[in-house]
Ligand binder design. Structure first.
Ligand code: ITT
Length: 201
């Protein structure tokens, strides 16, 4: 069964492919000309659905199975920011590095060296059978000095609960075992399994 990912984020593509080895997983840009999707919903769930529906419509293939991921980091000391604005916290064309440094600078500006924080992932699945959204979370602390090169995005400043290293320093396998994305994908795979069974009947 082929799953089409409605994302342009290479870090997400890499992680989702590594977590879904039972399925053939392709990024939508491997099949059709990539296009921008305006993410203007007020929630992770709403934005995940916007992305999956846009790609499902663009594929023009009734049988397609499209999966999207809308995710971000929420920092307690910043009243939950950047949250759904994680991809553009450092400005409209901000890089991952700009966003990472903005979060660390804002925490520092509060006179803190760290703050509790959590990642959220909303995964939407859009098929002819309907639309489903599942969520996963990972809790920990954001620190104000980046450490390590693994992962992507905010990982160099995030220490998961129970660890003393950032996701930038920890092995990809460790992140795979505890991340917001892997928890949401566990549920998404149950949905995919049901779709698969239904189609085989
Ligand atoms: P798509 O919309 O094309 O999927 P995007 O990068 O714009 O790609 P989002 O709108 O969901 O994706 O924004 C997610 C932001 O949160 C982005 O800045 C990521 O770097 C960050 N993020 C999400 N999951 C992360 C993770 O596991 N590790 C580090 N940063 C993460």
């Amino acid at each position: 069964m082929k799953i089409v990912l409605a994302t342009s984020n290479k870090g997400k593509v890499r992680e989702i492919k590594a977590m879904c080895t039972d399925f053939e997983v392709v990024a939508f840009s491997e099949i059709i000309e990539p296009f921008d999707i305006i993410e203007d919903a007020p929630t992770f769930k709403g934005n995940a659905l916007l992305k999956a529906k846009a790609v499902y419509d663009a594929l023009d293939d009734e049988e397609a199975i499209v999966l999207s991921d809308d995710s971000g980091i929420s920092v307690d000391a910043l009243d939950g920011a950047p949250g759904i604005y994680s991809a553009r916290y450092g400005g409209e064309n901000a890089s991952d590095k700009d966003n990472l440094h903005k979060v660390m600078d804002e925490v520092k500006a509060k006179g803190l060296e760290s703050s509790p924080a959590h990642y959220t992932a909303a995964i939407a699945i859009v098929t002819k059978e309907g639309e489903q959204v599942v969520h996963g979370w990972m809790y920990g602390d954001v620190i104000t000095t980046p450490r390590g090169e693994n992962g992507f995005g905010y990982d160099p400043c995030f220490i998961p609960e129970g660890f003393d290293k950032t996701l930038g320093e920890l092995d990809d396998e460790v992140k795979k075992g505890l991340s917001h994305r892997s928890k949401a994908l566990y549920l998404a795979k149950l949905v995919l399994g049901t779709i698969k069974k239904g189609r085989e009947l």
